[in-house]
Design a binder for this molecule. Structure first.
Ligand SMILES: Nc1ncnc2c1ncn2[C@@H]1O[C@H](COP(=O)(O)OP(=O)(O)OP(=O)(O)O)[C@@H](O)[C@H]1O
Ligand SMILES: [Mg+2]
Length: 344
C-alpha cells in the first residue's frame, strides 16, 4: 500500500487530484481519449488481400478512483479486452493518454506489473503441465514477492478459493471452475492494488460463480483492491459493482449506476407464469404478455419496477401453479441501448 507524501491535509476529501502522474486516488485509473486501431489484412478475391483498419477502441475516457469496483460491459467485439490489454501494457494505444497508478502502462510495463493483477477467463496464465503450486512458486520468483508475504497471500487464497486439494494437480487436469480459481489466486500473490478481470465467470456453474463473486467482494471490501470487471453476466455486475460502464464499437455509451442503465436501456424483466390450464393472454396494467405456450405465459414489465404488485395480482386473479421472474439479459439491454442511440 503506498502512502501519500503530501500529508493529506484536507482529511482526504479535499485533496486535489494531481492529474494522475502520481496515481492520485481520484484518478487511479485514467483514460483520456484512448484509441486502438488494428491494421488487418482482409481477403479481397482469390489472391488479393487489402489493408483495412479496425477501430477497436475509439476515443474512450474514464477515471476509476482507488478502491472502486467497476463493471466494464458490452457486446462481443465492443473493445473490452483491447482496453484491458492497454491497461496492462500488453498493447500500446494508438492515441490518447493512459495512466494506471501514475504509470504509463506500455512504457513501464514491468514496473506496472508489480502493482496490477490480471485474469483472462478465456486464457490461463498458469503453466499447463505443472501442478498448480509450481506455477505459484514460479510467480513468487518472477514478481520477487518477499517470502513471508507470499506465504500469507498463498494461504489466504488457498483457504478462500478452496484450493488446498488442487495444489498438486497439474493445471491441465483442473476443471474450468477450478482453473479459474487457480488463476485468480495467481493474479493476487504479489498483492496488486488493481485487479483486471476479463470474464472471470465465463463457463462456470452457479456454485463456482457464487464462490468467485464472494471472494472478489471480500477482496475489494477488506483490501481496498481496485477492480475492473468485464463480463457478459449481469448478475456479476449486480452483485459486485455499483458503477458500470457500457461500451460498443469502441465507444463509451454509458457510465453510471446499474439502475440507471436499466432506465437508459428501458429494459424489461419477465414474469413467467404457469397456470393450471390454457387461458387467453393475461391482461394487467403495467405488463404485457409477450408469449403464450399452453398454460405458460410470459409477461414483460419495466425492469425499474418492483415485481411484487404484479405477482400479487396474478396470484389473486389467476389459477396459478408456479411463477418466476427473469432478469433482463445484458445483451438485450445493451443491444436496445445501441439501437435506440443509433436511431437518434
Ligand atoms: N490483435 C488484433 N488484431 C486485429 N483486430 C483485433 C485484435 N484484437 C482485437 N481485434 C478486434 O477489435 C475489436 C474489439 O475486440 P475485443 O477483443 O476488444 O472485444 P471484446 O469487447 O473483448 O469482445 P468479447 O466480448 O467477444 O470478448 C474486434 O472487432 C476484434 O476483432
Ligand atoms: Mg473480450
Amino acid at each position: 500500500m503506498s502512502v501519500s507524501a503530501d500529508g493529506d491535509a484536507g482529511g482526504g476529501h479535499a485533496r486535489r487530484d494531481t492529474g494522475g502522474d502520481t496515481g492520485g486516488d481520484a484518478g487511479f485509473i485514467e483514460l483520456d481519449g484512448i484509441e486502438k486501431v488494428f491494421d488487418v489484412r482482409r481477403r479481397a478475391g482469390l489472391l488479393r488481400r487489402e489493408k483495412h483498419q479496425v477501430r477497436a477502441v475509439d476515443g474512450i475516457s474514464f477515471r476509476v478512483p482507488r478502491g472502486e469496483m467497476v463493471g466494464y460491459i458490452g457486446p462481443n467485439g465492443a473493445g473490452k479486452s483491447t482496453t484491458i490489454k492497454m491497461l496492462t501494457g500488453i498493447l500500446t494505444p494508438s492515441g490518447g493518454r493512459l495512466r494506471v497508478a501514475g504509470i504509463d502502462p506500455s512504457r513501464e510495463r514491468t514496473r506496472l506489473a508489480q502493482r496490477i493483477g490480471v485474469v483472462f477467463g478465456q486464457r490461463t496464465t498458469l503453466w499447463w503441465d505443472l501442478p498448480l503450486i509450481d506455477s505459484y512458486r514460479l510467480m513468487h520468483r518472477m514478481y520477487r514477492v518477499p517470502d513471508a508475504r507470499f506465504r500469507v497471500n498463498l494461504e489466504r487464497c488457498v483457504e478462500l478459493l478452496d484450493l488446498a486439494e488442487l495444489l498438486d494437480v497439474p493445471v491441465r487436469q483442473l476443471s474450468l471452475g477450478q482453473r479459474m480459481r487457480g488463476d485468480i489466486a495467481a493474479a493476487l500473490l504479489h498483492d496488486p492494488e488493481v485487479l483486471y478481470l476479463d470474464e472471470p465467470t465465463i463457463g462456470l456453474d452457479v456454485v463456482s460463480k457464487a464462490k468467485v463473486r464472494e471472494f472478489l467482494r471480500d477482496l475489494n471490501a477488506e483490501r481496498g483492491t481496485t477492480v475492473l470487471l468485464t463480463t457478459h453476466d449481469l448478475t456479476d455486475i449486480e452483485q459486485l459493482c455499483k458503477r458500470v460502464m457500457v461500451i460498443d464499437h469502441g465507444r463509451l455509451l454509458y457510465d453510471g449506476a446499474l439502475a440507471g442503465l436499466h432506465e437508459v436501456g428501458e429494459s424489461e424483466r419477465t414474469l413467467v407464469v404457469d397456470l393450471e390450464r390454457e387461458l387467453p393472454p393475461i391482461g394487467l396494467p403495467g405488463a404485457r404478455t409477450v408469449r403464450v405456450e399452453g398454460p405458460r405465459q410470459w409477461l414483460a414489465f419495466p425492469a425499474t419496477e418492483s415485481a411484487a404488485p404484479l405477482v400479487a395480482r396474478v396470484a389473486a386473479e389467476y389459477p396459478l401453479v408456479d411463477l418466476s421472474v427473469r432478469e433482463p439479459d445484458i445483451e438485450a439491454v445493451i443491444a436496445k441501448m445501441y439501437v435506440d442511440r443509433s436511431a437518434v
